[in-house]
Design a binder for this molecule. Structure first.
Ligand SMILES: *Cc1c(COP(=O)(O)O)cnc(C)c1O
Length: 381
């Protein structure tokens, strides 16, 4: 089955008892048992709920996993995965992973004795140098945020296998529509369902899947033992979003490419970061491991001091955190998503003050282009 069809027919695409083509919202906490020790399949909704199960089967189908898991947020999902490790274990973490992932590690997991080294995973040679005897996993994000760097997932998975590490990939930016890390050798995939999968900026959710039965059992245990599960209403919303992921991603990336080309030739723009541009340093790698380039792009203004008035003069692009919804969003990483990084460290990582990040929505492309054009024109005033 091809991806577009899987999005519609994957998982559990109808209700077993009624034939309803949308699996109902089973808004229940518990289930009548047929006799002592004889439940009908569900016992208690933290351990399992049919609406959530349908979503979990769907993400497993889309990513090629054996089992899926839905959580109350992307970070709850990531936390459950990090529970696989114990005190003294060392993890290699991309230096531009989602800020909340780094905070989880730096402020919470360190208390449990986990240690990490951050590095630029788009340079695979750095990984081998950073390995320690206690290293247990590689944690990767590609394309990365906000510079859209690409990490070679197949090569990283090979290194991980050679050294007995797990490779874990946050696939939020690419989505299973454009990239399947498990098929490139990764062991575990995590998602913030809040972004492209939900797609309408109306739900916070997280997903995990793996193609390893033993890991799946362990993650199932943590999901139930810690309890950060996704509720039935949000599970339903997320499935509804995923059904149109293909159409939306095609529109997001067509718009993003068009805007990237416009910005790349604009005299007031310094650099454009979009993996779909042939000038992007990892364009060829992106072409081999992805089926498209997604809808995120960043660029720097030549006049860095004007970045705040520039984003504030945009009319259609909504100033805000998050990404992946149908509406276009704009952000200034230096003062928003990446403000907690010390300035020298941030600049060294290439996140300049004049950097603007766009989550390109699915509006008409010319309207988005005209909006950028008028805001750029105002820079002279
Ligand atoms: C948003 C995001 C997360 C965290 O997900 P939440 O649903 O906000 O908890 C993790 N990784 C990436 C890449 C994200 O964009």
């Amino acid at each position: 089955m091809r991806m577009q069809t899987k999005l519609i027919h994957g998982g559990i695409s109808e209700d077993a008892t009624t034939g309803a083509v949308s699996v109902p919202i089973y808004q229940t906490s518990t289930y009548r048992q047929e006799g002592v020790g004889r439940p009908k399949g569900y016992e208690y909704s933290r351990s399992g709920n049919p609406t959530r199960f349908a979503l979990e089967e769907l993400i497993a189908d889309l990513e090629g996993g054996v089992k899926g898991f839905a959580f109350a947020s992307g970070l709850a999902a990531i936390h459950a995965v990090f529970c696989l490790f114990q005190s003294g274990d060392h993890i290699l973490l991309g230096d531009d992973v989602y800020g909340g992932t780094f905070r989880l590690f730096d402020k919470v997991l360190v208390k449990n004795g986990l240690r990490c080294t951050t590095l630029d995973t788009s340079d695979v040679s750095q990984i081998k140098k950073a390995l320690q005897p206690t290293t247990k996993a590689l944690y990767l994000e590609t394309p990365s945020n906000p510079l859209l760097k690409i990490t070679d997932l197949a090569q990283c998975a090979r290194i991980a296998k050679e050294h007995g590490l797990l490779s874990i990939v946050d696939n939020t930016f690419a989505t299973p529509y454009l990239q399947n890390p498990l098929s490139l050798g990764a062991d575990i995939v995590v998602h913030s369902g809040t972004k492209y999968l939900g797609g309408h900026s109306d739900v916070v959710a997280g997903l995990v899947t793996t193609n390893d039965e033993k890991l799946a059992q362990e993650i199932a245990f943590f999901q139930n033992a810690i309890g950060g599960v996704l509720g039935p209403q949000d599970s339903w919303l997320l499935q509804r979003g995923i059904r149109t992921l293909g159409l939306r991603m095609e529109a997001h990336q067509a718009n993003a490419l068009h805007l990237a080309q416009f910005l790349a030739q604009h005299p007031k723009i310094d650099q454009v970061y979009y993996p779909g541009l042939p000038t992007h340093p990892n364009h060829d790698l992106a072409k081999t491991q992805m089926r498209g380039f997604s809808g995120m792009l960043s660029f720097t203004l030549k006049n860095e001091a004007k970045v705040v008035p520039f984003v504030e003069s945009l009319q259609l692009f909504i100033l805000g955190e998050s990404l992946g919804g149908v509406e276009s969003l704009v952000g200034v990483p230096a003062v928003m998503t990446h403000a907690c990084i010390p300035k020298e460290k941030r600049i060294a990582a290439g996140i300049k003050d004049g950097l603007v990040r766009l989550s390109v929505g699915i509006e008409h492309c010319e309207d988005l282009l005209e909006d950028l054009d008028q805001a750029l024109a105002q820079l002279d005033k």
